[in-house]
Structure formats: structure tokens, C-alpha cells
Design a protein around this ligand. Sequence first.
Ligand code: DX5
Ligand code: ZN
Length: 219
Amino acid sequence: MGIQISPSILNSDFARLERELGRIASADWAHVDVMDNHFVPNLTLGLPVVESILKVSPVPVDCHLMIEDPDRWAPAFAEAGAQSVTFHAEAAAAPIRLARELRRQGARAGLAVKPTTAIEPYLELLPELDMLLIMTVEPGFGGQPFLESMLPKIRRTRQAVKDAGLDVWIQVDGGVSKATIERCADAGADVFVAGSAVYGAEDAAASIAELRELAAKAC
Ligand code: DX5
Ligand code: ZN
């Protein structure tokens, strides 16, 4: 599939969501961060807002669920039409069953791990998944500095996906910018979430193009 850019709308103007989504029409995805104030110490938006976003987004929607009990809540996001739904390994009681349910609803199934969660226990789940999300900041907020120490984890994950002979995408999220994207791509990531790097830029399309180019050169 190659390099994909998934701008996070977390740092966009929530009062003008349709216009803000229009700014990222040249991206591959719109990354939507759902936070519940329990799994992470922040509260963003839920299913009704995602349903509204799905009606107007110029690109497919990549839902990142930072919520407790995704076994219960995640399938509704797929049912609503989100093209990719990612839940956290730390929160899921039955990740295989949940991934299968998401796929059954027609969504791509993603599994996310926080910076201190090892990826190894989850590698057996690779055939059940379409994407692994390696968090490169502690989830909860945009604008945090990239955790350099996650690079070996990205590299090990890429090797495992290669060894398994599967086409599982590796997404990185947190602190991805012009300054860090090349190292992520070099380590093996292929889907790049960028919040402040895109929405903090005057020209979001130019920022997306620049990130895409830097990643493509480095991978
Ligand atoms: C953080 C979210 C991210 C966030 C990234 O928990 O999952 O998607 O919006 O923002 P930046 O790119 O600014 O670190
Ligand atoms: Zn995210």
C-alpha cells in the first residue's frame, strides 16, 4: 500500500469540523481520536460525532478508540461506517473476538499499544489484524514530544509482520512531524498520524505533501 498519512483532527477547530476535514482532502485518512476520560485522562467525542464526521469527511475515517471496554463499544463505530477501527490492547478483554467482529462489520481492525506495552504478546494475533498502532507518546493529548525509544519496537514489529508474510500496516501516532517522520519510516512504519504537524500548519495540504515525501524517501 505504501506510505499513508492520517492527520489527527484532535488539534483542529471542533466548532468547524466540516471545514477542518476539508483541509485534509489530500490525506489518505482522517484520524479521529475517541477518548472517554477513563482509559486516558481526556474526553473528546463519541459515536454521534463520528457519525456526523462520516457524512462529510472527504477521506476514509480512521477511528482510534482510547476507551475502556472496547469489546462493548467498538463494533458500533464499524457499524456506523468507519473504515478503520483501532482499539487498545490494554483495554480489550477478547481482542480476537473483537477484531473479527470489526471485520465482519466491514471495517479494518487495528490493535494499539501504549509506549510501555510490549508488542510481543500480541504478535500471534497478526492474522486477525489489519493494522498495529505503535503509540509514540502516552495517549491522551496532542502536541507531545515524540518518544525516540519506541523506534526499536517499530523495527521489531515490522520484522514480525515480514516474517509472518502478512500485509499488516504499522501506524505510528504521537509527535510525528517533519523532524521525526523519517526515523519512523526507516524503522518500518507505513501509516503516519500527524496532529499538530498538520493542523498547526498554515497550509495543511502542503504539510501533508511534505510529510509524505519525507516518509517515502526514508522507507
Ligand atoms: C494522542 C492521539 C494522537 C494525537 C497526535 O493520544 O492519539 O492522535 O492527536 O497529536 P500530535 O501529532 O500532535 O502528537
Ligand atoms: Zn490517535
